[in-house]
Design a protein around this ligand. Structure first.
Ligand SMILES: Nc1ncnc2c1ncn2[C@@H]1O[C@H](COP(=O)(O)OP(=O)(O)OP(=O)(O)O)[C@@H](O)[C@H]1O
Length: 629
């Protein structure tokens, strides 16, 4: 029979598995057992409403056999099974489409680790240890059974076979041992027992295996015989049902990695059990890094939902607010009915109470981490901080009480992270503003002329480097009764009354000059004026109104704003103490043509100083050359 070919993506992945240098090959057993358990879950769930299943919870099992002579390891379940089409679709292609959109450079073996870790390639991982795999399966309700067989990337076959009951038998022919790899260990009972304890202990169905031990023969004194017995290798207690003191950090980490397809241990484990309004146990994990798709539309938030240890939903969105969408984990509650539908669940009062309590718990645990383990918190914030800021912005500040003290911003104080409270604690006496500036990097912001002058007066400035930062700050408006103030906007008010009056007078006097300069530059600026906030530079840009120059950039980059051309009211500010001022006044009286060129050049310089690109670099370069020759 002709072999069918794997889909291209699957073939690549398979090649990688077959030649894997991944050191944790042992995880293949966890993957197969987890699939078996899922398949049993499905049939058990069905048995609750369908008498024809004819099985009780106690009838379900996962069975292992290992034969060292033939190098055969089998994993058998009496779950829902697969039809011919399902065998084809589930095992002939990668379950999760798009997993391989991610770079799969076969040459670069080190990427193996990431792929296995990130996507939990499941069934395919068996090819790390086996050179031939057979999957015999009979779907519940079907009269026919089929066997899928493959020796790796060259393809697979599907044929009819005989099988009595619904379920699946996976037969692995374990690879021959090599110098580096002793694959034979996966046929040893002690090793299998160890792996089940490590990765699959919590599986709620018994994982059984016939094992033997030596026993003194009855009636003899020194004759021993082999006694064969069925041994259940797992404790079947879900990890969240074990007393907290009995679970080590490592066990939580292994559980998390296996269940949520992560290659790194979580940054934090949160466990909560309550009775009262709602009785539930929650086991939550804060990952130590954002999943590859976290900041994309494909990412789906949610927690697993169990009713008395039986999973009723893989991803319950309603349990997590958007600003904590990075949290992984599960909730087990006896208060929820097993047969509850998704639609009903949305309106379930219990669920709402649980969700509220979890939100509070997560916020308080993060707060604690910020206080007691700064380094860890900063690691968390680098990965997920933007989500908290987004939470404030997208809710128009409704969540501010919960979130504002969890925020960190970069600051002029050595470019490190600060919380708002820390900023206030360091603020100068009588400082009634929280100063901030926006830019791509800390270094670029530090060079902004306005920032220099605010720093020179002894104030600290928040450096907003992330796209969401300024939006978040604008929604907050103030913190601890102090308003946020963008140092590049018009109302930076650092001088005394006398200085202010003097500036106004000078500005009024030069009104005609400014009008001419503005007309020369065109509608890229709304105004030209003098400023007394600059120290060394001749010019800078600032803005008036709600949209700052930085926001203009971000808003125009956002999808959906094409063609809207959102504009900041840009102001070109000229240092009133710089010699350029006299030059401009002179040109205004004597050489308007040159003044027009100067205006354009000054505007271009201001853009460069503010870290912005020029829209007409060739023109500016020509103008500068003309001045030079
Ligand atoms: N023992 C089994 N019984 C029934 N169906 C199975 C069994 N093993 C695998 N499958 C089916 O094959 C699919 C693919 O399995 P695979 O382990 O590759 O991915 P997955 O379990 O969906 O994802 P992941 O392992 O990343 O969580 C499963 O979703 C399931 O539908």
């Amino acid at each position: 029979m002709a072999k069918k070919q794997f889909k291209t993506e699957s073939k690549k992945l398979l090649d990688m598995m077959v030649n894997s240098i991944y050191t944790h090959k042992e995880i293949f057993l966890r993957e197969l057992i987890s699939n078996a358990s899922d398949a049993i879950d499905k049939l058990y769930f069905r048995s609750l409403t369908d008498d024809s299943v004819g099985m009780d919870h106690d009838d379900f099992e996962i069975r292992l056999t290992a034969d060292k002579d033939s190098r055969i390891l089998t994993v058998t379940d009496n779950g829902i099974g697969m039809t011919k089409e399902e065998l084809e679709n589930n095992l002939g292609t990668i379950a999760k489409s798009g997993s391989l959109d991610f770079k799969t450079d076969e040459e670069n073996q080190s990427e193996n680790i990431d792929i296995i870790g990130q996507f939990g390639v499941g069934f395919y991982s068996a090819f790390m240890v086996a050179d031939n795999i057979k999957v015999e399966s009979k779907a519940f309700g079907s009269d026919e059974a089929f066997v899928w067989e493959s020796s790796g990337a060259d393809g697979y076959t599907i044929k009819k076979c005989e099988k009595d009951k619904a379920g699946t038998v996976i037969t692995l022919h374990i690879k021959e041992d090599t110098e580096e790899e002793k694959y034979g260990e996966f046929l040893e009972v002690y090793r299998i027992r160890e792996l089940i304890k490590k990765y699959s202990d919590y599986i709620r169905y018994p994982i059984r295996m016939e094992t033997s031990h030596k026993q003194l023969k009855e009636g003899t004194e020194n004759e021993y015989e082999d006694i064969y017995e069925d041994e259940t290798l797992n404790s079947m207690t879900p990890i969240w049902k074990k007393p907290q003191s009995k679970v080590t950090d490592e066990e939580y980490a292994e559980y998390y990695k296996g269940k949520f397809n992560d290659y790194e241990a979580p940054l934090k484990v949160i466990r909560q059990s309550t009775e009262g309004n709602a009785t539930y146990t929650a086991l939550l994990f804060i990952p130590s890094h954002a999943p590859y798709d976290y900041y994309s539309r494909d990412y789906e938030k949610g927690l697993q939902l169990y009713s008395s240890s039986v999973m009723i939903m893989e991803k319950c969105k309603d349990l997590l607010p958007d600003h904590f969408s990075f949290v992984k984990g599960l909730v087990d509650s006896a208060d929820l009915s097993l047969n509850i539908s998704r639609e009903m669940l949305q309106h379930d009062r219990q669920l709402k109470i649980i969700a509220k309590a979890l939100e509070k718990k997560i916020a308080s645990e993060l707060g604690k981490m910020l206080k007691t383990d700064r380094e860890k918190y900063e690691q968390f914030f680098r990965e997920f901080g933007a989500q908290l800021k987004w939470g404030i912005y997208s809710s128009f500040g409704v969540n501010r009480e919960e979130l504002q003290d969890l925020l960190l911003f970069k600051t002029s104080d050595e470019g490190r992270y600060t919380s708002l409270k820390e900023y206030i604690d360091r603020a100068r006496e009588n400082q009634d503003k929280i100063y901030y500036a926006v830019g791509e990097t800390v270094e670029k912001i530090a060079m902004l002329p306005q920032v220099e002058s605010v720093l020179a007066k002894g104030y600290e400035v928040l450096y907003l480097t992330e796209d969401i930062d300024e939006f978040c700050v604008q929604i907050l408006r103030n913190y601890d009764n102090k308003d946020f103030l963008n140092v590049c906007t018009d109302n930076l008010d650092l001088g005394d009354e006398e200085e202010k009056a003097q500036l106004k007078e000078e500005n009024d006097k030069s009104e005609e000059l400014f009008k001419f300069m503005k007309e020369s530059i065109g509608d890229k600026v709304a105004k030209v004026r003098y400023t007394n906030t600059l120290k060394n530079h001749a010019v800078c840009l600032s803005s008036e109104g709600n949209v700052s120059v930085g926001m203009e950039q971000i808003l125009n980059k956002m999808p959906g704003t094409e063609g809207q051309n959102i504009k900041a009211e840009t102001v070109l500010e000229i240092n009133k103490d710089h010699p350029i001022k006299d030059k401009l006044l002179y040109l205004f009286g004597n050489d308007k043509e040159k003044l027009a060129d100067y205006s354009k050049i000054l505007y271009a310089q201001a853009r460069l100083i503010n870290g912005l690109n020029l829209d007409n670099p060739a023109e500016i370069s020509d103008l500068v050359c003309d001045l030079m020759v």
